[in-house]
Design a binder for this molecule. Structure first.
Ligand code: PDD
Length: 275
């Protein structure tokens, strides 16, 4: 496939960045991931709005909306992609030497690629997650490429044969290492509020919208780890996993370990919405 780097379309082997790129040296950059279904980007404007917010938050110069929109279209067209995941990354560019603060005007490095994504219409098997203390920083609302904390937490989850860590701060569940969590208790859906402790997932936002359309009661309130054993249903959301039922947290089985009825409804509504 072809990737985009700083104005050029290249085969990946030809796409090179400087060793002095601030993404490489400092993880000084942000990224965005946009799903593509049937050759069309899904909820693209929400992703682009989040990209603008991430860039603004760390004061990297941005491009007009139309630039990103045409990059989305070109990535899909040039790679003849039906179902895939677009990856955008913007760093604060390269200079001639390493220094924490840029010494002159900044020319951001812009990289974009697309990779195939298997589109499934079935209900995924309920998966296992593991509870972890959220060891990340306090600006999780920025989609930073600095993902060391997320990776360490994912490594731990993998060791425990779990698909994701479930992160908590002082007992309140925040999110996953690359996903957002939703819990169901007595017919009410709970998910952590949109603040600096979570990435405001676009799939999260869309599931909240679908729940509202289905007249399912939702509260954007964090649930507590002391309530986990009493939950009726649990699922996580992300651009790559869509809506993924969770049947187990460590040794705790959620409900009867099967996909719950509200989760099932939302999975069906989600599949319907991406037609
Ligand atoms: N991850 N929380 C975190 C920390 C994430 O990294 C992600 C996405 C989400 C879900 O956001 P969305 O629904 O917009 O995908 C929540 C992407 C997919 C990734 O890192 O590849």
């Amino acid at each position: 496939g072809l990737v985009y780097l700083n104005g050029e379309w290249l085969v990946p082997e030809q796409a090179k960045v400087s060793v002095f790129d601030r993404g490489f040296l400092f993880a000084d950059g942000i990224y965005e991931v946009i799903p593509v279904y049937h050759g069309r980007p899904f909820l693209a404007q929400y992703h682009l709005d989040r990209l603008h917010r991430s860039l603004a938050a760390i004061a990297i110069p941005d491009q007009p909306d139309a630039f990103w929109q045409s990059l989305v279209v070109e990535l899909i067209d040039r790679n003849e992609m039906q179902n895939g995941l677009i990856y955008f990354q913007v760093t604060r560019g390269a200079e001639s030497k390493r220094s924490h603060l840029p010494q002159g005007p900044v020319t951001p490095t812009i990289f974009a690629s697309i990779s195939p994504l298997e589109l499934h219409w079935d209900t995924p098997e309920p998966a296992k997650v593991v509870l972890c203390e959220d060891i990340r920083w306090l600006r999780c609302d920025i989609k930073s490429i600095s993902l060391l904390g997320n990776i360490m937490l994912k490594q731990y989850a993998q060791q425990q044969a779990a698909i994701e860590p479930m992160l908590h701060r002082d007992g309140s569940v925040t999110e996953g290492a690359s996903s957002n969590y939703f819990a169901v208790k007595d017919g009410v859906i709970f998910t952590a509020p949109r603040d600096n402790l979570i990435l405001p997932g676009i799939t999260r936002m869309w599931v909240l919208e679908l729940a509202q359309q289905l007249k399912l009661p939702v509260r954007e309130e964090a649930f507590h780890i002391s309530e986990l054993a009493q939950l009726d249903e649990l699922f996580l959301t992300s651009s790559s996993r869509e809506v993924q039922p969770i049947g187990q947290i460590d040794d705790i089985i959620i409900g009867n370990g099967r996909c719950g009825p509200l989760t099932q409804k939302l999975i069906e509504a989600f599949h319907e919405s991406k037609r």
